[in-house]
Design a protein around this ligand. Structure first.
Ligand code: 5RP
Length: 212
């Protein structure tokens, strides 16, 4: 059921891609359903950038033209999410790709999120994924009570280490304040709290239907 919904959301998002576009590809099991939907369309001249080595490998295997992210802007980016709050805040980074995902989303004129019906929540909750700089890691962790490195160790493709913030023990009362605090913490490369201002559309699949 959930896997089928991921495919429904992914297929809806694939229809947004037009010939000649530059398109950012996210990471995860929902995006894994997007790639064959894109490959099945007879699109010409689309240039893709990928947020992770695994998406890149899967996209290339399907014949999609993935290039290094050396473009000043993208027409569109499509990605999944771990949680979607009613006010549009997201938690991302379950797959540990949130640093690149944030860069690609920020570069896109339109960032579209695709999720199954289990992802909308009443309020965001921990864990909040983090990427931490390897340099000075112990001191960064000391500044972040409640943060724990993933085990086994999950290095990012950019040399950071993936961790998760497990506090507070309950809903995140103020995601914007938490995001600002994490942004201001030396050693935090990126976190998985994505603001509504970054997101143009959220496509939520429920059964065979897509809600916007
Ligand atoms: C990876 C992500 C994914 O988009 C998020 O974890 C959702 O994944 P899935 O589509 O497998 O449920 O942020 O870093």
């Amino acid at each position: 059921m959930i896997e089928a919904e991921k495919r429904v959301a992914a297929e809806a998002a694939a229809t947004l891609v037009q010939d000649g576009m530059t398109v950012g590809l996210g990471t995860g099991t929902t995006v894994a359903q997007l790639l064959p939907a894109l490959a099945a369309r007879d699109l010409r001249g689309v240039r893709y950038v990928s947020t992770s080595p695994r998406t890149e490998a899967a996209a290339r295997a399907l014949g999609l033209a993935v290039e290094p992210f050396a473009l000043p802007a993208l027409d569109l980016a499509i990605d999944g999410a771990d949680q979607v709050a009613p006010d549009g805040w997201l938690v991302k980074g379950g797959g540990g790709a949130h640093t690149r995902e944030r860069l690609v989303a920020a570069a896109a004129r339109r960032f579209v999120v695709i999720v199954s019906s289990d992802k909308p929540v009443e309020a965001l909750r921990p864990p909040v994924p983090l990427e931490l700089l390897a340099f000075g890691l112990e001191s960064t962790l000391r500044r972040l009570p409640g943060a724990r490195l993933r085990e086994p160790a999950q290095p990012s493709p950019d040399g950071g280490l993936i961790a998760d913030l497990h506090e507070p023990d309950g809903p995140l009362a103020d995601p914007a304040a938490l995001a600002a605090g994490l942004d201001a913490t030396p050693g935090v490369v990126a976190h998985g709290l994505f603001p509504p201002s970054l997101v143009a559309d959220v496509l939520i699949a429920r059964g065979g239907e897509v809600e916007h």
